[in-house]
Design a protein around this ligand. Structure first.
Ligand SMILES: [Zn+2]
Ligand SMILES: [Zn+2]
Length: 354
């Protein structure tokens, strides 16, 4: 009979490295920011899912999104992770569990010799009609982001924010409402939410949002009638809703509509100065990340004794954990952050297509 192996010290199972979180016994990285031989990818945003790895393991949707953004040859080989099904590599079990962030997004539970660490990637707790909801996994160590890890960040219900948009469209029937929203996830969530609110007119989109939107539709997510701005006469789009990447709202592109109203859907819109600085007339606080309350609720729910914070407002969250009697530390991982910024750096991938 095999001798029972000694329990891992946490850093023997998973540790931060310059390339990202690394699991030595399986020789694999999670969301690596540099090319590596083996990668587990939590979701398709460009700061987590990069091209050029050897073998990639991710959900079917994430693999499809990576292929759309980088081309079919984005990795040496691909393997689909089914939600909830453990995949053993060496003596480590990896399980992908829905994270509620964007279509296909997953947390990754890493388990070996009785130690379970959950790397949650990016996540949110608010209901999202475009993706499977976050499922809390009890664990010994919970690794969390802290994008909105300050008490000032409290996201109101998204339905109320979308109601503000529709009210403005009703009040200004001759103006085009140009909504800046990240091209993967946020744009489609806004479309789905305005449909749930009963809006039935066609929604117009920028070319940079087209491929991912078509993928969401092919996955059966009802987004209603979508039309390309490039195939429409802009002068006739007064009173219509146009969805584009955030950067496009500040381009010349956005000025060619009738008396445009600049809208931006982002958790950052909680900060008025940020909205003003970006010239946003109608800020909508709609985020795909957990707000302060949901970060704390999630940490309590997973009942981990130890919390590792990857990126964002790590200090405030680590401090709170201390007051709650939890061991916590920042991992200081670099290369992750606001998808909007990452997207504009992405160059060709999401380049505005007129
Ligand atoms: Zn993300
Ligand atoms: Zn991220």
């Amino acid at each position: 009979m095999a001798r029972q192996s000694a329990r891992w010290r946490p850093s023997e199972l998973l540790l931060p490295t310059p390339a990202g979180l690394y699991c030595p016994p399986a020789d694999i990285h999670i969301d690596p920011v540099r090319p590596v031989s083996g990668a587990l990818i939590t979701h398709g945003h460009s700061d987590h899912a990069r091209a050029g790895h050897g073998a990639v393991l991710a959900t079917r949707e994430t693999l499809a999104i990576m292929a759309l953004r980088y081309g079919e040859g984005f990795a040496g080989s691909q393997q689909v992770a089914l939600p909830g099904e453990a995949i053993r590599i060496g003596e480590v079990d990896f399980t992908f569990v829905p994270a509620g962030h964007v279509l296909g997004s997953a947390q990754i539970a890493v388990e070996s010799r009785g130690l379970r660490i959950v790397a949650s990637g990016d996540y949110k707790r608010e209901r999202d009609p475009t993706c499977a909801g976050f499922e809390p996994v009890p664990c010994d160590i919970f690794i969390t982001e802290a994008t909105f890890g300050l008490p000032v960040f409290r996201h109101p219900p998204a339905a109320g924010e979308v109601a503000k948009l529709l009210e403005s469209v009703r009040l200004f029937p001759e103006r085009t409402h140009i909504v800046g929203a990240y091209s993967l996830g946020k744009a489609q969530r806004v479309m789905a939410l305005i449909r749930e609110a009963g809006y039935e007119r066609p929604v117009y989109i920028h070319g940079a949002v087209e491929k991912i939107t078509a993928f969401y539709q092919a996955e059966g997510i009802p987004l209603g009638e979508i039309r390309l701005v490039s195939e429409s006469d802009r002068k006739t789009l007064g009173g219509e809703i146009v969805i584009c990447p955030p950067s496009a709202t500040q381009d010349l592109w956005a000025r060619r509509f009738p008396d445009p109203v600049t809208v931006f859907a982002s958790g950052w819109m909680r900060i008025r100065a940020r909205a003003r600085q970006k010239g946003v007339e109608l800020p909508l606080v709609i985020s795909d990340h957990a707000d302060w309350d949901d970060l704390l609720a999630t940490i309590r729910e997973v009942q981990a004794g130890e919390i590792w914070v990857t990126h964002g407002e790590a200090d405030a969250l680590v401090h709170w954990c201390g007051t709650a009697g939890l061991k916590a530390k920042p991992l200081h991982l670099v290369g992750y952050g606001d998808e909007g910024e990452a997207e504009s750096e992405g160059g060709a991938v999401d380049a505005p297509a007129a």
